[in-house]
Design a protein around this ligand. Structure first.
Ligand code: E4P
Length: 222
């Protein structure tokens, strides 16, 4: 399973990349707003430069989201974003306009990530439109008392039935159990916040065992 990091924070991206297991990055307008500081001073050009900096750190797909609703505008914006770097993937919302844009990009060899996906039919449409990636948001479904991982199971099953090449990115990951279940279900990718990536490492028995080993190692003469 591939690990993407779900952040636009360069320090977090660098730290995750240093672990040697970072396969890509996903951003969205809310994550960009977090690093933008004073919104009045952050321009669209700054956004594009920021995406370029991410591409310098990570060798893998970097999702940059369009910031408009009309398919023609999405196409113009997406083509500009795709020009930043060959690893840029255009993130489009799962709407009628988003699907039209995804089809356009797919026909022109530009990779896309269908985002804000909350149902199996939306995922089916994304695959039929030629999306490279689909992003079911499991945490946001859990937030409304709906089993987010059940959606991932349905999508993986449907894509397997028809051999769709669209890769499933489990998104809106909130905790390590989401990562375990993603792997159990055979999702292609989990995009994980940095705080959760760090949690994956931890186990109290590892800490306890290591403490004892260090104590016992200290009896050895160097
Ligand atoms: C996915 O690509 C999104 O950026 C992200 O996973 C959304 O997560 P959230 O529900 O925590 O905002």
């Amino acid at each position: 399973m591939k690990f993407f990091i779900d952040t636009a924070n360069l320090d977090e991206i660098r730290a995750a990349a240093e672990l040697g297991m970072l396969d890509g990055v996903t951003t969205n307008p809310s994550l960009i707003a977090k690093i933008a500081g004073d919104p009045g001073n952050f321009t669209y050009r700054d956004f594009k430069e920021h995406i370029a900096r991410i591409c310098e750190i990570v060798e893998g797909p970097v999702s940059a989201e369009v910031t408009c609703l009309d398919s023609r505008e999405m196409i113009v914006e997406g083509e500009e974003l795709a020009d930043i770097h060959e690893n840029v993937v255009i993130k489009c919302p799962l709407t009628i306009d988003g699907l039209k844009a995804i089809r356009h990009f797919s026909d022109h060899g530009i990779r896309t990530n269908a985002t804000l996906v909350f149902s199996p039919n939306q995922a089916l449409l994304a695959a039929k439109a030629g999306a490279s990636f689909v992003s079911p948001f499991v945490g946001r479904l859990d937030d409304i008392s709906t089993e987010g991982m059940a959606l991932v199971e349905q999508i993986v099953h449907i894509y397997d039935n028809y051999g769709y090449a669209t890769e499933v990115i489990v998104a809106s990951v909130r905790h390590p159990q989401h990562v375990v279940e993603s792997a159990m279900l055979g999702a292609d990718i989990a995009t994980i916040p940095f705080s959760v990536i760090r949690q994956l490492v931890n186990h109290p028995l590892t800490d306890l065992g290591l403490k004892k080993f260090m104590e016992d190692a200290s009896v050895m003469k160097k």
